[in-house]
Design a protein around this ligand. Structure first.
Ligand SMILES: Nc1ncnc2c1ncn2[C@@H]1O[C@H](COP(=O)(O)OP(=O)(O)OP(=O)(O)O)[C@@H](O)[C@H]1O
Ligand SMILES: [Mg+2]
Length: 285
């Protein structure tokens, strides 16, 4: 009986169009830039993530979607150990950046957070000039020539399409920029720091539609050189901008679980899991 079933399974796989497509609900990519294996995360005794195994392909954009409270930010903030700043936080399982387990004792957390940069819902420029924001990390490296710093400022502000808007006021306070400009400045700052993985937690939630589209454009420009993982409540944004989408839900005891992960086109057109379908068609959440 078991062997008949597996033959049936294979038949369906080899006959596209017959029944549901033979896609796994959770795709694991080869050589991911970031991956987790069997991650459980807790705040004190509360289990916020249960057994989450996710992988994000190098140089591509992965969106994380799901209803409020399902653990999207917790997952994102576990990837560069920003959640370590919360005393009650604990994690079991593996978080890999390339082939390095980022929770291994020898890991230098400051360099990890430089390599794996982050953008938040509210743009958070440092209270200093536009110029000083961009070169903040470079200066931490010790003495750098003015020329090196100037070059980095121009290159990174060009990359985030901000150069033309601010080149004549680089010494002005960054807090005087509009919200959208501030978010692009924060992106420039992570690029100048050398991040090749950028985590974004609802980076457009506080922005107007035009600024939102500009950020999305920049994300697409960075594709290929930077790996992006973005949490968004905006399903159209996930569909527009991402290559892969991960869908999370609260399971038993309100613990966040990964329900489905796959190519964005396939997931939005033909989700494997009924719960994904219900969510993306707006039946709940
Ligand atoms: N610092 C914290 N201390 C205790 N519990 C927390 C903390 N941060 C988050 N939680 C809990 O962990 C669970 C997951 O929260 P998380 O912020 O990761 O969800 P989310 O999917 O990002 O939600 P949202 O879409 O509203 O941002 C929630 O039940 C939340 O109350
Ligand atoms: Mg969140």
């Amino acid at each position: 009986m078991a062997s008949e079933l597996s033959i049936l399974g294979r038949l369906q796989e080899s006959q596209p169009g017959k029944g549901r497509p033979a896609r796994p609900s959770i795709v694991q990519v080869d050589h991911p830039a970031v991956s987790t294996r069997n991650v459980n995360a807790r705040y004190g005794p509360f289990l916020a993530l249960r057994n989450v195994s996710i992988s994000a392909p190098k140089g591509e954009i992965t969106a994380i979607i799901g209803p409020s409270g399902c653990g999207k930010s917790t997952l994102l903030r576990s990837l560069n150990r920003i959640n370590d700043l919360i005393p009650s936080f604990s994690l079991e399982g593996e978080v890999m950046v390339g082939d390095q387990n980022v929770y291994a004792p020898e890991v230098d957390v400051a360099s990890l957070r430089r390599r794996v940069g982050m953008l938040f819902q509210r743009p958070a420029p440092f209270p200093m000039s536009i110029y000083d924001n961009v070169v903040y990390s470079l200066r931490l490296d010790g003495r750098q020539s003015k020329r090196t710093l100037d070059d980095a400022v121009e290159r990174c502000l060009q990359q985030t399409a901000l150069w033309e808007e601010v080149k004549d006021r680089l010494k002005d306070a960054a807090t005087g920029l509009s919200g959208g400009q501030q978010q692009r400045l924060c992106l420039a700052r992570t690029l100048a720091a050398g991040s090749d993985i950028i985590l974004m937690d609802e980076p457009c939630a506080a922005l107007d539609p035009i600024s939102t589209l500009r950020i999305e454009e920049l994300m697409r420009d960075l594709r290929g050189t930077v790996t992006i993982i973005i949490v968004t409540h905006n399903l159209q944004q996930a569909a527009r901008v991402s290559d892969y989408t991960a869908f999370m839900l609260m399971g038993e005891g309100r613990a966040g679980e990964l329900v489905e992960l796959g190519k964005t086109d396939a997931m939005f057109k033909d989700p494997v899991d009924k719960r994904t379908e219900d969510y993306i068609t707006g039946r709940f959440g």
